[in-house]
Each structure stands twice: as C-alpha cells, then as structure tokens.
Design a protein around this ligand. Structure first.
Ligand code: NAP
Ligand code: MG
Length: 402
C-alpha cells in the first residue's frame, strides 16, 4: 500500500513519562507504516523545556497558530518534587495553561464510547461533550476572613476617578468575604468557541448558569451567549438543524440525567470543573476521553485528558511490564489528522483517521484491552494486554481493514 501523503505539517508536541513511551509506539506501529507523517516537531518533555527556559512551549503554541492544528502528548506540570527530580532551573508553568492562554481557547472533553463499558447512567447512549470556561470567577478571586463587626463594600474606581460603591454586608460578628470577576472579552471567546464547536459536531449546544440568583454576574454570561448566538450563529445553527438553548444550571443537571447524550454542554468555570469530573467518571475513565482545545480564531489542539501516568512509568523504568491505556492518545492523533485532512481536502487522511479509531474500538470490543478497562468492562471474554501488546493488537486489526 502506498503511504498517505500530507500537504500541511501537523504541529507535534511530545511530552513526558509513560505517555512519551506510548507516543513513540503509536507513531512506530500505527502511523508511520501507513502515513508519510509530515509534522513539525516540538519536544515539550520537561528536560527540553528546562534547556530552553520553556521557550519551546511558546514556539509550539506559535506554530499551532501558524498551521492551525496540533497534537499534544501529556506533559508534567512541575511542582517542588519535580524541580528536585529533574534539577530544574525554575518551576515552569503548566504547558497546557501557557498554550491555552496564547490560543485563547476553550477545552472540550468527550467520552470515547465502546461496547462492554456502559455508562453508569443507563439512558446515556451518545457522548456528552463538556466545554468549561477556563478564565476567572472563583479561580481568580480575592478572599478575606473577617474577624468581627464592620461593613463590607464593593468599590469600583473607574479610570476617570468615578467611584461606585455597594454594601455587601454589615457584619455583626466574624465571617468571610470573596470578590471575583470575569471579562466580557473572555466570555465572548468562550461563547464563540462553543458555537463553532457545536456546529463542527452538528450537535445541540446547552448553556447553564444561575441568572435567577446572580442577575448581573450570571446574567451577563447569559446575555453575551444570547447576543452572539443571534448576531453570528443563529442562521448557521438553523441550517445545520441544531439548536442552542439557555436554562438554569440546576435544570441542566436534571436534564442531563434523563437525556440520551449527543450534545455539547457549555459551563462556567466552577460548574465545568465539577460536572466534567462527574461525567468522566460516570462514562468510564479518563483514559477513554478526548480533549480538544478550540480557539475562537480557528486553531485546534488535540490531546489526551489524562496525565503522564507517572506510577506506570516508574514500573516501566525498572523493567516491569505495564498495561497503560493508549486509547486517548491514539484519538488525539486521529482527531488531529482528521482535522488536518478536512482543512486540506485530504480525503485519504480523513478516511485513515476513521479506520484507526474503528480498529482501536474493535480491538477492545473483541476482548483485548489494558488493565484499567478489564476492571470496568462487562464483556464475557477479556484478555489483559501490555502497553505495547495493545498497540500491536490495534495494528493487526487496522491492517485487516486497510
Ligand atoms: P495521571 O497521569 O492521569 O494518572 C493518575 C492515575 O490514573 C494513574 O496512576 C492511573 O491509575 C490512572 N490512569 C491515568 N491515565 C491512565 C492510562 N492512560 N492508562 C491507565 N491508567 C491511567 O495523573 P497524575 O498521576 O495525577 O499526574 C501525573 C503527571 O501528569 C503530573 O506530573 C501532572 O502534572 C501531569 N498531568 C498532565 C496533564 C496533561 O498534560 N494534559 C494532565 C494531568 C496531569 P493507577 O496508577 O491506579 O493504574
Ligand atoms: Mg476538577
């Protein structure tokens, strides 16, 4: 078979630990034998980030903006222990945080559904994609402990010196205070990313907040979503036969439990934090989730939702056999290759991405899987494979379909 050609480079961001091992194995077994891989390679492994004073992360994000599509391996976000372990010059910021703020993007997470691993909620038949706003609110709040009686006020001093004041509370005794904010520009980007992504998937978009209680703050989120929808996306949504609706966050939660899935759920920062953990554990496992960063300017970054699986890596280093799930990383590659193919009008590449995803799911459905899935899978015949054993099994399935 002739290898599939690629016209535009895909930005490739390599990473750390067990996922770096998986990364190489996926390329060797599942990609380079079939695709003439055209990537621009950035090594975001912690050692190379340190050598470049983290410049490589910035270069990679710039390349993402130049070419449009990237695929990223999981990376270590250094803490104190990592600074010692790797002898780092600094405690670098999270690469995902750096890339997200440069691309101004929103992260969309969706479960990868497979027969034999059933969602805890029995009526869920299709994936639910969660889009979490990643700026502000309680994550960028200022807090204060109040020790005794006194008056708390919200004070805003405008650039021209005008002062606006509102009383928060006349404290009679001790208590707590919190001040938080958000920005129209950030909410607008978030809204546009959500509308664009729902259109891309051809799925309905739900947005929930609490504007009955928080009339100004959450009311602003609702107003921005509704304005941008009407001005920029309503016609395209109607043409695609999909809908957008806003409802209260508590109503959203109740509706999710009775739905069959198959929609995009846009949530404020805190709601998204809580709901995405609930949805991912109810659907199965983090190793069976896709994660895509979508920028309102049309840049895409594909990654796995899980981390570098450090505990498995240390076993691997001392020569023990591992059984690490590579599905989310395989789907990061297929997602990125499909998007590259769509943008370049490269049907062979789009087709290959679909076949590799199908081969991955067929392999699991035939009973061959990694240890994490053995525990939650209800197929009658299951065989636990090693990290490399699973990838080789996917290759065997793939070769039959090509
Ligand atoms: P993690 O790598 O997601 O792993 C946590 C545990 O979840 C593992 O020990 C393993 O459980 C299970 N697990 C996760 N992915 C799995 C897979 N593919 N196959 C099988 N089991 C899997 O999270 P962490 O241990 O908290 O973080 C490790 C490093 O990853 C940290 O340095 C963190 O900074 C980084 N991180 C990176 C990203 C990213 O780049 N996107 C995201 C999160 C964390 P068992 O050990 O019980 O088998
Ligand atoms: Mg969380």
């Amino acid at each position: 078979m002739e290898k599939i050609k690629m016209t535009t480079p895909l930005v490739e961001m390599d990473g750390d630990e067990m996922t770096r091992i998986i990364w190489q194995a996926i390329k060797d077994e599942l990609l380079t034998p079939f695709v003439d891989l055209n990537t621009e390679y950035y090594d975001l492994g912690l050692k190379h980030r340190d050598e470049t004073n983290d410049q490589v992360t910035i270069d990679a994000a710039n390349a993402n903006m130049k070419y449009g599509v990237s695929v990223k391996c999981a990376t270590i976000t250094p803490n104190k222990a990592r600074v010692e372990e790797y002898g780092l010059k600094a405690m670098y910021k999270s690469p995902n945080g750096t890339i997200r703020s440069m691309l101004d993007g929103t992260v969309f997470r969706a479960p990868i559904l497979v027969k034999g691993i059933d969602p805890v909620v029995s009526c869920w038949k299709k994936p639910i994609t969660v889009a979490r706003h990643a700026y502000g609110d309680v994550y960028k709040a200022t807090e204060m402990k109040v020790d005794g009686p006194g008056k708390a006020e919200l004070v805003f001093t405008a650039a021209d010196g005008t002062v606006t004041r509102k009383t928060i509370m006349e404290f009679k005794g001790p208590g707590v205070l919190q001040g938080m904010h958000n920005l129209d520009a950030s909410i607008e980007s978030f809204a546009r990313s959500c509308f664009a992504y729902a259109l891309d998937l051809k799925q309905d978009l739900w947005f929930g907040a609490k504007d009955t209680i928080s009339k100004i703050y959450d009311g602003n989120f609702r107003a921005i979503f509704e304005r941008i929808y009407e001005e920029e996306y309503m016609a395209a949504f109607q043409e695609a036969g999909i809908t957008f609706f806003y409802t209260l966050i508590d109503d959203i939660v109740a509706r999710i439990m009775k739905s069959e899935g198959g929609f995009v759920l846009a949530l404020k920062n805190y709601d998204g934090d809580v709901q995405s953990d609930m949805l991912s554990s109810a659907f199965g496992s983090l190793a069976m989730m896709t994660s895509i960063l979508v920028s309102p300017h049309g840049y895409f970054e594909y990654e796995a939702a899980h981390g570098t699986v450090q505990r498995h890596y240390y076993k691997h280093l001392v020569g023990e056999e591992t059984s690490t799930n590579s599905v989310a990383t395989i789907f990061a590659w297929t997602g990125a290759l499909r998007k590259r193919g769509e943008l370049d009008g490269n049907e062979a590449l789009v087709d290959f991405a679909g076949k590799l995803e199908k081969a991955t799911l067929d392999t699991i459905e035939s009973g061959k899987m990694t240890g994490d899935l053995i525990r939650i899978c209800n197929l009658p015949h299951k065989e636990k494979l090693s990290t490399h054993g699973f990838i080789k099994a996917v290759r065997a399935t793939l070769e039959k379909s090509l």
